[in-house]
Write a protein that binds this ligand. Structure first.
Ligand SMILES: [Zn+2]
Length: 122
């Protein structure tokens, strides 16, 4: 369980990519907005253990800007782009279908090659 705060309004929530109950910001719905997702990840107890996260949430709720570590942010954006980080919840169903279709194609090819090799052999 990851404690997080909303990037937009500072409301506490559980999980970096869950929708915010207060302002409705849903980082997972912004599929290509990697920076928003990276910021959402940065605003979790994973990066701000103890009371640090709550303090950041208070700042955001007071309308203050929270500064992000540019290097950390860039690194997370990169990891999100290359999908090294499991983008929690919502994986588009199409992705896995294409994945399985490719897998099926590979198996079919392998079996076909094996059959051709066996029937063409001595
Ligand atoms: Zn919010």
């Amino acid at each position: 369980m990851t404690l997080a705060v909303c990037v937009q309004c500072g409301e506490s929530k559980v999980g970096a990519f869950t929708p915010c109950a207060r302002c409705g910001l849903d980082p997972a719905a912004h599929g290509t907005d990697r920076e928003l997702q990276a910021k959402s990840l940065l605003l979790t107890d994973r990066f701000h253990p103890g009371g640090a996260l709550e303090a950041l949430g208070r700042k955001l709720r007071a309308g203050e800007l929270v500064s992000f570590d540019a290097e950390q942010l860039a690194q997370l954006v990169e990891e999100l782009k290359t999908q090294k980080l499991p983008i929690v919840s919502k994986t588009p169903a199409g992705c896995s279908i294409i994945g399985w279709a490719l897998m099926g194609l590979m198996v079919t090819l392998a079996v076909g090659l094996l059959w051709m090799w066996r029937s063409g052999g001595p």
